[in-house]
Design a protein around this ligand. Structure first.
Ligand SMILES: Cc1cc2nc3c(=O)[nH]c(=O)nc-3n(C[C@H](O)[C@H](O)[C@H](O)COP(=O)(O)OP(=O)(O)OC[C@H]3O[C@@H](n4cnc5c(N)ncnc54)[C@H](O)[C@@H]3O)c2cc1C
Length: 456
């Protein structure tokens, strides 16, 4: 089942108006007469974060590959972000980057766009909303699906009015983009479908973030700091990245239950416990602009919709709803964009929603492998047993990290993989392998003070 393609393309409903939902709506407008976006939150008129996307108050970045995907889906987006003040950083040239294998030399390898989530989402909405065939309804909580063999619509209530009866909205296609907390498995169970298998890997990671004003005249020779954990013992990561508005966002995180505190003193003390004091030194006298906020819903999960024996026509799930990763690698938006392109392909090639779920899984496969592999380095990580091949791959990745720290081509290989431009298997190509083996044992250098010219 689920092999049937859509026979009617009059009305599509997207549930959830964060990035996976917005990008899906963009794609569906090319294939349906009308698209309705249902979001339980309100959308702010300003580039600020909102309660429905609580992770939006923490560090978000976009790798070069994801940036290209997004700009392809929403033409003009990148120039809007740059006009809004989003810093466009050379990676790693503009960074002091302490990896698990030591300091990374500051090659000019690729680029990374940083921004507040408020700015990114506002810019996407700015390009999308106003499209006459798109109806945007806020304050709408979707509570279930209608249909049987095929999904035929959604059930919903208006938020804040508990007494109000559920209403129905018919659709030829429903796309679930409700994120990590998606109730799609329960919604499908109500239609008589079995629950999907789910893999969950939880490194017990917590974030705590705060904005600081960048001190006037601050010019230590770097624009961003990224101090990664050194698993299994050193569990703390710290990122200090510039954002629009002359601010730094400081996101501290700890795996294995080593959660960063949110009180003033505890936060600074935690920063002091990172593997190098440079971040602590930068923030200790800087002016805080916000209180410290925390986020702990970071477990990786993968719902195996692609493996269900039957899948309803008229329904697709996308983004964090299907697969969410340890956020430390900054890959969720790129995966959402790649999946939206698969949704487009499904409709252009007249494929089934079941086909789409297989493609969505593939779109997230690299990010899943990277993040769960790293998560398994911590003894405290909860999830399925660590298999011997994971240990072997992790040992190889450790060598690859060391090589990337000192060799410009290995650095490019590594960043292509982390940024999802290439699959993790590309690190096993003969040329990459030869570079890794040639550079694996160079000792990590001291913090590199100067950026280097473009490598390739
Ligand atoms: C701390 C943290 C940092 C991250 N950093 C990065 C990064 O640097 N780079 C990157 O690419 N990714 C990052 N991510 C991942 C990124 O935030 C997500 O992948 C991205 O937001 C896409 O998610 P989504 O649209 O699938 O779901 P979400 O962003 O979670 O949005 C779900 C939406 O659905 C709405 N909703 C939920 N239930 C209902 C309902 N029943 N009815 C109606 N509406 C509903 C919610 O209000 C919300 O708007 C990070 C994640 C975390 C947790």
């Amino acid at each position: 089942m689920g092999g049937t393609t859509l026979t009617r393309r009059r009305h599509a409903v997207v549930v959830g108006g964060s990035l996976a939902g917005l990008l899906s709506a963009r794609v569906l407008l090319d294939h349906f007469e009308e698209v309705t976006l249902l979001e339980r939150d309100g959308f702010p008129g300003e580039p600020v974060s909102r309660p429905g996307v609580p992770q939006g108050r923490h560090l978000h970045v976009l790798w070069e590959h994801g940036r290209g995907l997004l700009d392809g889906l929403i033409p003009g987006l990148e120039s809007d972000l740059l006009a809004g003040g989003a810093p466009d950083l050379r990676l790693p040239a503009d960074f002091l980057w302490l990896t698990s294998g030591g300091w990374r030399r500051r090659f000019d390898t690729t680029r990374m766009l940083t921004f507040s989530r408020g700015l990114l989402d506002h810019a996407v909405r700015g390009r999308l909303f106003g499209e006459p065939r798109l109806a945007v309804r806020t304050g709408i909580e979707v509570t279930g699906l209608t249909g049987d063999e095929a999904v035929t619509g959604v059930r919903y209530t208006e938020r804040g009015d508990a007494a109000r009866a559920e209403e129905l909205m018919a659709a030829d296609l429903v796309v679930d983009a409700t994120g990590r907390g998606s109730h799609a498995p329960a919604w499908l169970a109500e239609l008589g479908r079995p629950l999907p298998r789910e893999t969950r890997i939880d490194p017990l990671l917590g974030y705590a973030s705060r904005y600081y004003a960048i001190p006037p005249g601050h010019d230590p020779g770097w624009k961003a700091l990224y101090l990664q954990a050194g698993p299994p013992e050193a569990k703390r990561t710290g990122g200090l990245f510039p954002q629009e508005g002359g601010r730094w966002i400081c996101s501290l995180s700890g795996a294995g239950g080593d959660y960063p505190p949110t009180d003033e003193e505890g936060y600074l003390e935690y920063a002091r416990g990172l593997r190098d004091p440079v971040l602590y030194e930068a923030i200790k006298d800087a002016e805080p602009l916000t209180p410290v906020v925390s986020f702990r819903r970071t477990a990786g999960h993968r719902r195996h919709y692609d493996r269900m024996r039957s899948w309803p026509a008229g329904f697709a799930a996308i983004g964090d709803s299907v697969c969410a990763f340890n956020p430390i690698y900054g890959q969720g938006i790129t995966v959402a964009a790649a999946s939206a392109l698969e949704l487009d392909r499904m409709l252009r090639e007249d494929r089934s929603t079941r086909w789409f779920q297989r493609r969505a899984k593939r779109a997230g496969a690299g990010a899943w492998l990277i993040s769960t592999g790293e998560d398994r380095r911590y003894a405290e990580t909860q999830g399925p047993r660590v298999l011997p091949h994971t240990r072997l791959i992790n040992a190889y990745v450790s060598l690859a990290v060391r090589a990337a720290n000192t060799d410009p081509d290995s650095c490019a290989d590594m960043l292509d993989v982390l940024g999802l431009a290439k699959p993790p298997t590309s690190l096993f190509r003969p040329a990459a392998l030869a570079r890794i083996m040639a550079n694996r044992s160079r000792p990590p250098e001291a913090a590199p003070l100067l950026p280097e010219p473009a490598a390739r």
